[in-house]
Design a protein around this ligand. Structure first.
Ligand code: MMA
Ligand code: CA
Length: 218
């Protein structure tokens, strides 16, 4: 009996220790899980909140204009939305375009577009090129119109918004670019039959411009 109890005692002590260990593990696990969750939730809020706020904030374009023209559109979903451009701008496939009446050199043209919450136009499809060519032909008569394509080094064309220059979506006039010394900017040459109506031209020349901004969806 004594021996039996002696054997039983250590035997029953062992499960008690195992239980203690298990409870400790559970607490460690719970605390770890809570800490992980807290960290995750904090991270999510940091990531998501700025996005929520940014969509509430008016874009640079919105801040510059008080009069707007909007088109109703019902995209894939059921929610009706409005696509808006500042009054007097032209709308095409989610963008708004401004065709200037006045003329400036390239740097001033780029600056003027920025000041209106837009940038010199970046042409990325044949449809866009054809739309813009059509627009530039409308009165008043314009000859050369700056677009947002320039080269810091001869032949290294770049778009003002860092869109990669794609030779397959370039619309140079026959014989252009001819890299005449100092010709590091690009115009649409309106009298040339589209779509291939681009010419490289000097940045000091005063020309019309096309500015582009994303249309505002409300
Ligand atoms: C002008 C100028 C150039 C263009 C040639 C084409 C004489 O230079 O507009 O940019 O390439 O004409 O003849
Ligand atoms: Ca040229």
């Amino acid at each position: 009996m004594m021996n039996g109890q002696g054997r039983v005692s250590p035997g029953s002590a062992a499960p008690a220790e195992e239980r203690g260990c298990t409870w400790l593990n559970i607490w460690v696990f719970l605390i770890f899980a809570l800490a992980t969750k807290a960290a995750f939730v904090t991270l999510c809020l940091w990531l998501v909140l700025p996005l929520c706020h940014s969509s509430d904030q008016p874009s640079a374009l919105q801040q510059q204009f008080s009069e707007w023209e909007c088109d109703s559109a019902v995209p894939q979903g059921t929610d009706r939305s409005w696509t808006c451009c500042p009054k007097g701008w032209r709308r095409f496939q989610g963008s708004c375009y401004f065709l200037s009446l006045d003329k400036m050199n390239f740097a001033e043209s780029a600056q003027n577009c920025s000041g209106m919450g837009s940038q010199l136009v970046v042409i990325s499809s044949k449809a866009e090129q054809e739309f813009l060519s059509e627009q530039t032909k409308q009165p008043p008569k314009r000859v050369n119109v700056y677009i947002g394509l320039f080269a810091k080094k001869v032949g290294q064309w770049q778009w003002v918004d860092k869109t990669p220059y794609n030779v397959t979506a370039a619309f140079w006039r026959e014989g252009e670019p001819n890299y005449f010394p100092g010709e590091n900017c690009t115009v649409i040459h309106v009298p040339t039959e589209p779509p291939n109506n681009w010419n490289d031209i000097g940045s000091d020349l005063e020309n019309h411009r096309i500015c582009e901004a994303a249309a505002v969806i409300v």
